[in-house]
Write a protein that binds this ligand. Structure first.
Ligand code: NAD
Ligand code: TDX
Length: 332
C-alpha cells in the first residue's frame, strides 16, 4: 500500500501493529509518537530501520501532523491518552490528545486526501448489566462514562462528521479490552502479573464483579489491517473475540498460572463511575470481512503473556515504581 503512518506506534497496541505490518505487508511505516510516559522505544527494537522510522511529535501540534501526513498513503490513528484512572485524576491531556489531536489528523488527511483509520474503544457505548442478553453493536447509542471514554466518543463523532461533510476516506473500529505483550504496567493484567513477580498481592477494584471482553492484541491488529485493506469507507466495525470474564476470575487465573495461591489478592478502593460490563458483538466484521480471532483460548493467551513479562523484565521494570506510586495516592 506504500507508506502507513502509525500514530502512537511506540505504545502498546500501536507497536504491535507496526510489527504486524512489517510481517504481513510490504508497507513502509512512519511512527508518529510524542513518547509520553506510556511509550517505550524498546517496543520498536529489532524492526528493520529501512522500513520503520520514528518521528517524535505531538498530534496536538497541527504543523507536525501536516508534515508527517503529507505524502503518506494511509494513517492508522492509535495515539491517545488511554488510561481511565489517569483521566479521573487529570482529564486535560485527554482533551488535547484525543480530541484536538484527532481534529488535526482529520484536517491533514482531508488536505492531502489520505486514507484514514480511526482506532476507538467499546467504552463509548457505556456499560451493560451483568444479565443483559444484548451485546454492543455498531448501532448501539453512545453513552460514555469517564473523561477518557467521553473524549474517545467525541473523536469518533469528529471522524463521522469529516466523512459526511468533507468526503474523507475513513473507517472506525471500536475494540474491547486488549491483552498481550508490551502493555503498560498501569493496566489491569500487566499490573497484576508484575505485582506477583515482585511478591506483591494483586489489587482488585471493589468487589471485582466487573466484566471485560478480552481480546489478544494480535487479533485486534489483524482485524484493523483487514478493515484498512477491505473495509467499506464511512463504516464502523466492532472488534471482539467473545472473551468475557469478570476481574476476580482474571486475577485468580493469573495467580494460578503463576503458581501462587488463587486467594492471595486484596480488594482496594473501587474506580469512581466504574463501568460494570462490556461485551462486543463482532458479527459485522466476521461476516463482511471474513475475520476470525486466532487466540480462542484466553487461558493460553494469558499464560503466554505471563511468560513474556517474566522474560522481559528490562522492558517494564523502569516504569513499575512510578506507576505504583501513582496508585498509592488513590489507595488503589
Ligand atoms: P498506550 O497508552 O499504550 O499508547 C498510546 C501511545 O500514544 C503512546 O506511545 C503515547 O506516547 C502516544 N501518544 C499519547 N499522546 C500523544 C500525542 N499527543 N501525540 C502523539 N503521540 C501520543 O495505548 P494503547 O493501549 O496502545 O491504545 C491505543 C489505542 O487503542 C488508543 O486509541 C485506545 O483508545 C485504543 N484502545 C485501547 C484498548 C486497550 O485495551 N488498550 C482497547 C480498545 C481501544
Ligand atoms: O489494579 C487494577 N485493578 C482492577 O481491578 C486495575 C488497573 C484495574 N482494575 C479493573 C478496572 C477494570 O474493570 O480491571 C478492569 C480493567 O482495567 P483497565 O486495564 O484499566 O482497563 P479498562 O478501564 O477496562 O480500559 C481498557 O479497555 C478499553 C483500556 O485501558 C482502554 O484504553 C480501552 O479503551
Amino acid at each position: 500500500m506504500g507508506t502507513t503512518v502509525v500514530t502512537g506506534g511506540a505504545g502498546f497496541i500501536g507497536s504491535n501493529y507496526v510489527r504486524h505490518l512489517i510481517q504481513h505487508t510490504d508497507d513502509d511505516v512512519i511512527v508518529l509518537d510524542a513518547m509520553t510516559y506510556a511509550a517505550n522505544e524498546s517496543s520498536l527494537a529489532g524492526l528493520p530501520g529501512q522500513r520503520v522510522r520514528l518521528v517524535r511529535g505531538d498530534i496536538a501540534d497541527a504543523e507536525v501532523v501536516d508534515a508527517v501526513v503529507k505524502g503518506a498513503d494511509v494513517v492508522v490513528h492509535f495515539a491517545a491518552e488511554s488510561h481511565n484512572d489517569n483521566s479521573l485524576n487529570d482529564p486535560s491531556p485527554f482533551i488535547q490528545t484525543n480530541l484536538v489531536g484527532t481534529f488535526n489528523l482529520l484536517e491533514a488527511v482531508r488536505r492531502h486526501e489520505v486514507r484514514y483509520h480511526h482506532i476507538s474503544t467499546d467504552e463509548v457505548y457505556g456499560d451493560l448489566e451483568l444479565d443483559d442478553p444484548n451485546r454492543f453493536q455498531e448501532t448501539t447509542p453512545y453513552r460514555p462514562s469517564s473523561p477518557y471514554s467521553a473524549s474517545k466518543a467525541g473523536s469518533d463523532h469528529l471522524v463521522r462528521a469529516w466523512v459526511r461533510s468533507f468526503d474523507v476516506r475513513a473507517t472506525i473500529s471500536n475494540c474491547s479490552n486488549n491483552y498481550g505483550p508490551r502493555q503498560h504496567v498501569e493496566k489491569f493484567i500487566p499490573r497484576q502479573i508484575t505485582n506477583v513477580i515482585d511478591g506483591v498481592r494483586p489489587r482488585l477494584y471493589g468487589a471485582g464483579l466487573n466484566v471485560r471482553d478480552w481480546i489478544h492484541v494480535d487479533d485486534h491488529n489483524s482485524a484493523v489491517l483487514a478493515i484498512v485493506e477491505r473495509g467499506r469507507i464511512g463504516e464502523t466495525y466492532l472488534i471482539g473475540a467473545d472473551g468475557e470474564m469478570d476481574n476476580k476470575s482474571v486475577i485468580q487465573m493469573i495467580l494460578r498460572l503463576m503458581g501462587a495461591d488463587e486467594h492471595a489478592y486484596d480488594h482496594v478502593n473501587d474506580r469512581p463511575g466504574h463501568d460494570l460490563r462490556y461485551a462486543i458483538d463482532s458479527t459485522k466484521l466476521r461476516t463482511e470481512l471474513g475475520w476470525a480471532p486466532q487466540y480462542r483460548n484466553f487461558e493460553e493467551g494469558l499464560a503466554a503473556t505471563i511468560d513474556w513479562y517474566r522474560r522481559n523484565e528490562a522492558w517494564w521494570r523502569p516504569m513499575k515504581a512510578a506507576t505504583e506510586a501513582k496508585y498509592a495516592k488513590t489507595g488503589q
